[in-house]
Ligand binder design. Structure first.
Ligand code: QAP
Ligand code: CO
Length: 214
C-alpha cells in the first residue's frame, strides 16, 4: 500500500462531507477502493431497506446483469452503505429487493476490503466441508451452523465490468456461497431442520407484527 494515497484519501473523505467536489477527479485514479468511496460520499448515502425472512421476495431468482453501467455502480455503492451501516460482512441485491446478480462483501474489520461480485459463478474446488456459524441481515438475531465446501473458485465481473477469477477459502468462501445462495432465492435457514427454521420464522413473524403495530 502506498502511504501517500492512504493519507490523501482520508483527507478527501473528511473534506467531501463539507463540499469541495473538484477533489473527486484527482483521487479517482488512486485506487479501485477510493473510486468506490468517493462515489459513496458524493451520493446522498441512502440506506436501502433489507427484506427479512420469511418475506417471499427473498425467494426470487435474480437475473444476470446485462451491462455494468452507472445504474449498477450506484446499486453497488448503496449496497455497501447499507451493509456497512447494518453492520454486516455480505449483502446480495436480492436482500434489498433488486433481483439482479450483484453481491458486495467486506470481511475486514475496518471497511478496507470491499469486494464486488457481479454475475458470479461458483465452482467448489474440494470435497472437504467446513462448518461455520452463519447469520444473515435478512434473518436478524439468529445464528446457526451450516456446512459448505471449504474452498471455491468464483468467476465474476467487478465494479467496472472487468472479469476476474478468485479462489476463496475460510470466511470469504463461506460468505460468497451464502450470498450466491441469495441470488438463487435460498437462505441459510434452508439448511436447518424444519423445526429450527419454523421456530425462527415464528419468532421473526412475531417481531414483524409488533413492528407493524407500532
Ligand atoms: C453472511 O451475514 C455470512 O443477525 C453475511 O442481527 C454470515 O453480514 C457469511 C448481521 C456469517 C458467513 C458467516 C446478522 C447483522 C449480519 C444479524 C451478515 C444481525 C445483524 C450478517
Ligand atoms: Co444473508
Amino acid at each position: 500500500m502506498n502511504p501517500f494515497i492512504i493519507e490523501a484519501s482520508i483527507l478527501v473523505r473528511d473534506d467531501m462531507l463539507f463540499g469541495p467536489v473538484d477533489f473527486l477527479a484527482a483521487c479517482h485514479l488512486s485506487s479501485t477502493h477510493w473510486i468506490y468511496s468517493t462515489n459513496a460520499v458524493k451520493t446522498a448515502m441512502p440506506i436501502l431497506t433489507i427484506l427479512e425472512f420469511p418475506d417471499t421476495r427473498l425467494r426470487t431468482i435474480a437475473k444476470p446483469v446485462a451491462a455494468v453501467d452507472e445504474r449498477i455502480r450506484q446499486l453497488v455503492d448503496d449496497m455497501f452503505e447499507t451493509m456497512y451501516a447494518a453492520p454486516g460482512i455480505g449483502l446480495a441485491a436480492t436482500q434489498v429487493n433488486v433481483h439482479e446478480r450483484v453481491i458486495v462483501i467486506d470481511v475486514s474489520d475496518d471497511k478496507s476490503e470491499p469486494l464486488v461480485f457481479i454475475n458470479p459463478e461458483l465452482e467448489p474446488l474440494t470435497d472437504e466441508l467446513e462448518e461455520m456459524q452463519e447469520g444473515c441481515l435478512s434473518v436478524p438475531g439468529f445464528y446457526e451452523n451450516v456446512v459448505r465446501p471449504e474452498r471455491v473458485r468464483v468467476k465474476a465481473l467487478d465494479r467496472n465490468g472487468e472479469p476476474f477469477d478468485r479462489v476463496l477459502e475460510g470466511l470469504l468462501a463461506v460468505c460468497i456461497q451464502h450470498e450466491c445462495d441469495h441470488l438463487n432465492g435460498k437462505l441459510f435457514v434452508d439448511y436447518l431442520s424444519n423445526l429450527k427454521r419454523d421456530r425462527i420464522r415464528k419468532k421473526l413473524e412475531k417481531i414483524h407484527r409488533a413492528q407493524a403495530n407500532g
